[in-house]
Design a binder for this molecule. Structure first.
Ligand code: GDP
Ligand code: K
Ligand code: MG
Length: 293
């Protein structure tokens, strides 16, 4: 029996539904999803194993113009995803209209790697409008195969998955066939807490926060976790904690519920806030937290 394996990289602008689609394709909730741009900061592998194939999906941060070093690193993750793919999933949605100088789109237009173009969120528009949108995208990426989709409602995801398997090259597996992801348990803890922060706080706050797991102690029936929430400025500390601590308390409660679902165990979560001044522009801090510079 020949074995197939390859890297399928999911790219596109912020908020089009890359992480939602990625989680559907992988069949596990590995990426956090919110309605805010820049929810995904790292490149996350999700691995699907069957005896006859191994697909390594990678969800990436959306493409954006960097304003600080953290965002430069996020863009790097997205750009590298164009070079080392066997298949590129370029995700857009029914609202997006790229401008003529869209650098990222022109890189996708030039690549020799097979591109599957996903037009997501079709649940939000009328059928007659969809035809125009599909035509528009066929002109933008003539070599790509186009998949209208609703990742949220799981519409057309299976067809896309089947096509991916057809296009997958013959190859031995790249990772252990038991592996689900390249990321550690600690990484998922920080992501789950960060998701709650994205939901709870407005404006700049979520983008000024980095979560770090200081302690992760797993016993038979319980996991003890202590996490630090780094903020970039003194004034943000009080905002995170909130009046009488209610905001941080909500984050802790909601994160604990999700963590218990993720680990299928009781979780005891403690969080505290620390000012790490201007961390988003500090090389050492960024490297220490898994960002490539
Ligand atoms: P990303 O930034 O590209 O990773 O996008 P996310 O996966 O985080 O999704 C951004 C927002 O779009 C979230 O609120 C999702 O629930 C929503 N979303 C994703 N896919 C669909 C879809 O097919 N239909 C609709 N209506 N919303 C979607
Ligand atoms: K998002
Ligand atoms: Mg995302």
């Amino acid at each position: 029996m020949t074995h197939k394996a390859g890297f399928v990289n999911i790219v596109g602008n912020p908020n089009v539904g890359k992480s939602t689609l990625s989680n559907e394709l992988v069949g596990e909730r590995l990426s956090i999803i919110t309605s805010k741009a820049q929810t995904t900061r790292h490149r996350i592998f999700g691995i699907v194993n069957k005896p006859e194939y191994q697909i390594v999906f990678s969800d990436t941060p959306g493409v954006l113009k960097p304003n600080y070093k953290l965002q430069e690193s996020m863009l790097k993750f997205s750009k590298s995803a164009l070079n080392d793919a066997d298949i590129i999933l370029y995700v857009t949605d029914t609202f997006e209209k790229p401008d003529k100088n869209d650098d990222f789109l022109s890189s996708v237009q030039k690549t020799d790697i097979p591109v599957l173009l996903v037009v997501n969120k079709i649940d939000l528009i009328d059928q007659n409008k969809l035809d125009d949108i599909m035509d528009f995208w066929k002109q933008q990426l003539p070599k790509a195969e186009v998949f209208p989709m609703s990742a949220l409602h799981k519409f057309n995801v299976q067809n896309l998955f089947d096509r991916i398997i057809e296009l997958l090259p013959d190859s031995p597996p790249f990772f252990d066939k038991e592996a689900l992801t390249d990321k550690s348990e600690r990484f998922f803890v920080t992501e789950i807490i960060r998701e709650k922060i994205l939901i709870q706080y407005k404006k700049e706050i979520p983008y000024s926060v980095e979560v770090e797991v200081e302690e992760f102690k797993e016993a038979k029936e319980r996991i003890d976790i202590r996490a630090v929430i780094h903020v970039a400025r003194e004034s943000q500390k009080g905002i995170i904690i909130g009046h009488k601590g209610v905001k941080l308390k909500w984050v802790g409660i909601e994160a604990r519920k999700d963590l218990e679902g993720f680990f299928k165990k009781k979780v005891n979560l403690t969080t505290y806030v620390k000012v790490s001044k201007d961390w988003r522009d500090k090389d050492n801090f960024l490297r220490g937290h898994g960002y490539e510079l």
